[in-house]
Design a protein around this ligand. Structure first.
Ligand code: NAP
Ligand code: COA
Length: 263
């Protein structure tokens, strides 16, 4: 189900870096359902092929590492060559694991920053002359760690904070031809990210109570935010970060729970 009209993205081309699983795959599926020609990429070529088959609508699955500028540039040249100039580019590739700074080697820190932040730079820097301009819309998938410090997440906090500023700088430099925005998902059910960050039931239960909406989000809900940001309804929106997070970032909702006597 979508809130947007059929064929909203007819004639448009969308590329999703890191679109071979999870939230980003959900975005790719929704864009294809709305008529866009879609390509996705990840490191694993077989996973990319499976994702393309799952998306349907003649989607293309390619393999490339966002840490390697030439590789991801080559992927996007292929996409533009096969599907036409890109109207929408989503940069969502990421890596994460829980580790304290003292349990993290320099390479561990660098690896996450390289995938998330440098990868987003590479995708956006590399796509500019392949975009359909004016009117292109770029989205980076960021996270609440960009704003709220989180123990065991030094790498992701630093990387996502960098992404938020990159979004703003690009909006300044590439407006009015190209809009650049971010989506900051809250905890989203059935994703690799939350398997890693909240691996057990007790952690998950404690988590729900702190969220204003008292639940985790759904992949489809993040996809709807991406559709909105690429739709004509968002024509005057650039350089913003859209929190699609059930109120996760506004504070700890469990502190206002009358059942806890703290209302
Ligand atoms: P996921 O399923 O693990 O998706 C990660 C995607 O990125 C996969 O397609 C993966 O494919 C690809 N990828 C990883 N490293 C790559 C690299 N070096 N080069 C190219 N592709 C690479 O993750 P998810 O949990 O859905 O998260 C998706 C995005 O949402 C991430 O940006 C994450 O930070 C953000 N986010 C997630 C949550 C959540 O609740 N899950 C919350 C806030 C923000 P390969 O492994 O084949 O490369
Ligand atoms: N704790 C501490 N260090 C860790 C770690 C952990 N749980 N997992 C990996 N590392 C370290 C490795 O030991 C290595 O450092 P070293 O060379 O000093 O030993 C470094 O991180 C790189 O690991 P490597 O496995 O070589 O990286 P990779 O490029 O093959 O994979 C990861 C990248 C580590 C981010 C991997 O988890 C991944 O591919 N993630 C993608 C999926 C994902 O994270 N999804 C959620 C998105 S929110």
């Amino acid at each position: 189900m979508t809130s947007f009209r059929d064929n909203l993205f007819e004639g448009k081309t969308a590329f999703v870096a890191g679109g071979t699983s999870g939230i980003n795959l959900g975005i790719a599926k929704r864009f294809a359902q709305l008529g866009a020609k879609v390509a996705v990429a990840g490191r694993d070529p077989d996973k990319a092929q499976r994702a393309a088959a799952e998306i349907g609508h003649d989607a293309i699955g390619l393999s490339g590492d966002v840490r390697d500028y030439d590789a991801i540039r080559g992927v996007m040249e292929t996409v533009a060559g096969k599907l036409g100039a890109m109207d929408f580019v989503i940069s969502g590739a990421a890596g994460n694991f829980l580790a304290p700074v003292l349990g993290m080697s320099a390479n561990a820190f660098r690896t996450v920053v390289d995938i998330d932040l440098n990868g987003t730079f590479n995708v956006f820097r590399g796509c500019h002359d392949l975009l359909s301009r004016p009117g292109a819309s770029l989205i980076a998938i960021t996270a609440g760690q960009a704003v709220n410090a989180s123990a065991l997440q030094a790498h992701a906090c630093a990387a996502k904070a960098g992404i938020n500023q990159l979004i703003r700088v690009l909006a300044l430099e590439w407006g009015p031809d190209v809009r650049i925005n971010g989506i900051s998902p809250g905890p989203i059910a059935d994703t690799e990210g939350m398997k890693r960050l909240a691996p057990d039931a007790a952690t998950r239960e404690a988590h729900y109570a702190r969220i204003a909406m008292k639940r985790w989000g759904r992949i489809e809900e993040v996809a709807e935010s991406a559709v909105f940001l690429c739709s004509p309804a968002a024509a005057y929106i650039t350089g913003t970060i859209l929190d699609c997070d059930g109120g996760s970032q506004i504070g700890d909702a469990s502190r206002g729970d009358p059942a806890r006597g703290m209302a």
